[in-house]
Design a protein. Structure first.
Length: 281
């Protein structure tokens, strides 16, 4: 009779088990990101979470980490459902990632990389960085690392010709490192520098932009192509329609963004070409 008992137990388990997709929908939707540029980050993310939760139909949680690699690891392992990443990790792992939405800055889904310095360094561009200290943002950052490697090579410089290079672990920290004199120059996201400057942040008050790149695809929101959340399309819709609602427009203004669009992988081809040229893809 043991086989009958096992069959009954298996049948009972099948009646009460919850499909994986239903469990994920019940648990909510988790979005990973690195620290945003706002002084009131926690308060803002709580407001944004509440706004998106109402429109997606499940609780939207934000998970913050200091490095893109940490966010990418959480996404690939299924511990988060979406991530606001840089364009460089997107093109490196694009066989495993899918676009959900691309932010628009000043009406365009693009941004620029900047090279910044202080007024008193005498620097004018990449070619003057020999025997200088350069601050990077993150090893997986396009504007905060990859662009710098590409432009240093174009200027005929190698890493050994720098006096020192350091990772500040965040674009805001790059500005701070230059501002306080830990670095002579910094490779930084132009959108972040512009926004901090607009906010009157002290970290950028003593810095000046001495070089701007061509436009690149703006850091996108992505999901894993192997572990799609059942409400991912609703998240995309909620982000794209933010500009159509007063509350959504207020949140966008806090982020200094014009809106979100569905986006196209072709936006990131410039980053991919640069990464291939540097053997980083």
């Amino acid at each position: 009779m043991e086989w009958k008992r096992r069959r009954l137990l298996a049948a009972a388990a099948s009646l009460v088990s919850v499909p994986t997709w239903a469990k994920r929908e019940t648990e909510g939707l988790r979005i990973g990101l690195t620290p945003v540029i706002l002084a009131d980050q926690s308060a803002f993310l709580e407001r944004w979470s509440h706004y998106l939760s109402k429109r997606v139909g499940t609780r939207v949680h934000f998970v913050s980490r200091d490095a893109y690699q940490s966010i990418l690891d959480l996404l690939i392992s299924g511990q988060i459902d979406a991530a606001w990443l840089c364009g460089y990790p997107y093109v490196r792992w694009r066989q495993r990632l899918e676009l959900l939405a691309v932010p628009e800055y000043q009406g365009s889904p693009t941004y620029q990389a900047y090279l910044i310095t202080r007024h008193d360094t005498g620097l004018r561009g990449w070619e003057g960085l020999s025997d200088r200290v350069l601050a990077y943002a993150d090893p997986l950052s396009n504007s905060g690392w990859l662009v710098a490697q590409y432009e240093l090579a174009r200027a005929g410089l190698t890493a050994r010709q720098l006096r020192r290079a350091l990772f500040a672990h965040g674009h805001r920290n790059v500005a701070e490192a230059v501002h306080v004199g830990l670095a002579d120059a910094g490779a930084i996201d132009g959108y972040v520098w512009d926004t901090l400057h607009k906010q009157g942040a002290e970290t950028v008050a003593g810095t000046v932009v001495i070089w701007r790149s061509t436009p690149f695809g703006f850091p996108p929101l992505v999901q894993s192509s192997q572990q799609r959340h059942p409400l991912a399309a609703k998240l995309t819709e909620a982000l794209v329609t933010m500009r159509d609602e007063p509350e959504g427009r207020e949140l966008l203004a806090n982020l200094n963004l014009s809106g979100f669009q569905v986006g196209n992988p072709s936006l990131y081809e410039g980053i991919a070409r640069m990464a291939r040229a540097m053997g980083a893809l």
